[in-house]
Design a binder for this molecule. Structure first.
Ligand SMILES: [Zn+2]
Length: 411
């Protein structure tokens, strides 16, 4: 798989190589935290995805290292912080050069996303800081929103300098997701439909995402016979057979999870049973295209449950539950006190089950019982153990965020 990087840690997924990669015939990709696709035509440049707010000047610098032509279109692959926010520097560059202002194109759902982000800025700061382990003092979410000039619903075709840019919408990681096909070059810009990881369908913090439609989009892409794939994150991929196999594998995996969840719901199963019994075949577990380094099959199942089902978990005791604190007090009392619980937690951790141990420690913490410091210290240790063994970037950051919170309380 030429140009592909199969040795993927989460570093691989977000490997910001920084340099522009030139694929010939006017196709380039700037590999930053998220990728920026630059397509040169005889009448100007099309930029697909524009990175984080801090990426704007970098994009202009790299672009101007190989062309002085105007940027005619900026396409937002979707409205996430790492794909639609380097725009201002490109607009300023156009103004300084006396070029016409680039036309910004996006899906019709993108403006509502920007509206929601602006309304919930503190919340988004809060969750993104945890998801990406962003230190305090560094902004964790964009505040400068440049809305599209032109939006479309299902598909839009742009023509420029002899090239065709087919923009297609499908719901996947977002409800405003767009991918781009340049038929003359057999080139595909996927935005986050392809990120060298198990798709981030069930992000633990974020609104609904769409596994089945994601699979359908990948199948549609494969049907076009791309020879070059420029993904949302990570290295480009070349070669029709490899790209087809990659797209097909991920599409089949998403369909497999979707079909199982639908089938199990139809059979009257509830969330916990589904989450602990779904099947993830070895073929997918071993696939370099589905490494659970960002998304995770467990998260995909969570998203499918949320998409097809309400919050009721099948147990009437949980409709209006007593608070966890009250339940924990009763359990502590029956168990003969918190020391016995902590002792058992240590023994479970020693036997290699820090997850089960955590549930026991939580009884002590939820009950507000002493010895609180000891319980907090044990919780931090257990979370560190989980983080050390966790492949998923998001799950690991949640565990490490928990360690920081717990240590903060200890101080
Ligand atoms: Zn992204």
């Amino acid at each position: 798989m030429m140009g592909g990087d199969t040795s993927l840690g989460s570093q691989g997924l977000f490997s910001a190589e920084g340099a522009v990669r030139d694929f010939g015939e006017g196709l380039r990709m700037l590999q930053l935290f998220a990728n920026v696709c630059l397509v040169e035509t005889g009448e100007g440049v099309v930029v697909f995805d524009v990175g984080l707010p801090i990426d704007g000047h970098r994009i202009v610098g790299e672009l101007r290292s190989f062309t002085h032509a105007p940027v005619r279109y900026i396409v937002y692959g979707h409205g996430h912080a790492d794909h639609a926010f380097g725009t201002r520097a490109l607009l300023e560059d156009a103004e300084e050069r006396g070029h016409p202002r680039p036309v910004i194109v996006a899906h019709e759902n993108l403006p509502a996303r920007f509206d929601r982000y602006r309304r919930m800025l503190p919340y988004n700061e809060h969750i993104n800081r945890i998801q990406f382990a962003i230190p305090e003092g560094i902004p964790a979410f964009p505040w400068d929103y440049i809305y599209p000039d032109e939006v479309f619903r299902d598909a839009l075709t742009l023509s420029l300098g002899g090239l065709t840019f087919e923009l297609r919408h499908a719901r996947g990681e977002t409800d405003d997701h767009v991918w781009m096909w340049v038929p003359e070059r057999r080139a595909l810009c996927t935005s986050d439909f392809w990120v060298w990881s198990c798709p981030n369908v069930g992000n633990p913090f974020k609104v609904q995402r769409y596994a089945l439609e994601w699979a359908q989009a990948l199948e549609e892409m494969a049907g076009l016979g791309p020879e070059l794939m420029l993904p949302g994150h990570g290295s480009a991929m070349r070669g029709g057979a490899d790209i087809a196999e990659a797209l097909d594998t991920v599409a089949r995996a998403l369909r497999h999870l979707d079909e199982q969840v639908v089938d199990m719901l139809n059979r009257g199963m509830w969330q916990e049973e589904i989450l602990t019994s779904y099947d993830w075949p070895q073929e997918f577990a071993d696939s370099p295209y589905l490494a659970p380094i960002y998304g995770h099959p467990h998260f995909v199942v969570q998203a499918l449950l949320r998409q097809y089902h309400g919050w009721y978990d099948g147990n009437p005791s949980h409709v209006f539950p007593s608070g966890r604190g009250k339940i924990a007090e009763q359990v502590l009392d029956l168990a003969g006190g918190s020391r016995r619980i902590l002792e058992r937690a240590r023994s479970l951790a020693g036997d290699g089950d820090p997850q089960l141990a955590l549930h026991l420690v939580d009884f002590v913490l939820d009950a507000g019982a002493e010895p609180r410091r000891e319980a907090l210290e044990l919780k931090a240790e257990l979370l560190e153990a989980l983080a050390a063994a966790e492949a998923s970037f998001i799950a690991r950051n949640i565990f490490l965020g928990g360690v920081r919170e717990t240590r903060k309380e200890l101080e």
